[in-house]
Design a protein around this ligand. Structure first.
Ligand code: TIU
Length: 226
């Protein structure tokens, strides 16, 4: 059940039974116009490039029976779990909790907070609601991974240098082998995407590994044939 996958700075051996696919914050609030991403002044269309590769990898993970975890960044309606330091940034009309075209920005239960239809979770897949950028901060993710016998994380989603990076840093410090899936991640800034990935694999893989969906799916199909 273990197979080698092409990656940088070096190939990585993956056992699907101890590997989880984590899809970070593929929410309407970041990817569709009128949400948090656009309220920050970003061109949200840049994130769409990660959707198709994520769909392909998600299909492969479901076929393998890999643990799949989706995360959503967002807060309670009364903002009791949102630090003022996070909320009080920018114009009041575009802040977390403000009314927008997809409901209140980054608030749980609002249309904008939901995962995009293209990557919607199916029964049995976990959804982690997180108040921070990292998926480990103030969530039960670590407990779920420990209970599930997971040691390796394939990390996808948005944005590369913000929530994906923070999660990989948190996971790396907790002893997980973190693999960023380059084409399944995206940023509003091309240079941050590229540099963010370089930072992970530099210095012998200081935060982890970088691969792409094609390499993972190829490895999975090779394994099926053997
Ligand atoms: N703004 C930005 O690039 N990202 C976030 O605020 N959250 C996530 O990355 N999910």
């Amino acid at each position: 059940m273990a197979t080698m996958v092409k990656a940088e700075p070096e190939p990585i051996e993956l056992d699907w039974r101890s590997t989880a696919l984590i899809i970070i914050d593929m929410q309407r609030d970041f990817i569709e116009p009128g949400g948090f991403g656009s309220s920050l002044g970003n061109d949200v269309s840049k994130l769409r490039r990660a959707i198709e590769p994520c769909q392909a990898l998600l299909t492969a993970a479901r076929r393998l029976g890999m643990m799949v975890i989706h995360t959503r960044e967002g807060h309670r309606a009364d903002l009791s779990d949102a630090h003022p330091a996070k909320v009080l940034r920018g114009k009041p009309s575009t802040r977390i909790g403000a009314e927008g075209p997809m409901g209140r920005i980054l608030i749980r239960g609002e249309p904008g907070h939901d995962i995009i239809p293209e990557l919607y979770p199916i029964a049995g897949e976990m959804v982690i609601d997180k108040p921070g950028k990292g998926a480990f901060y103030q969530t039960d993710l670590e407990l779920i991974l420990t209970t599930g016998g997971i040691s390796t994380l394939l990390v996808c989603g948005v944005t590369t240098e913000v929530c994906v990076h923070t999660t990989i840093r948190e996971g790396n410090d907790r002893g997980y082998r973190c693999v960023a899936v380059s084409d399944c991640c995206a940023s509003y800034f091309d240079e941050f995407h590229e540099t963010g990935l370089r930072m992970i694999k530099a210095q012998g893989g200081i935060f982890g590994w970088v691969t792409d969906s094609v390499a993972i799916i190829e490895a999975e199909q090779l394994e099926e044939r053997t």
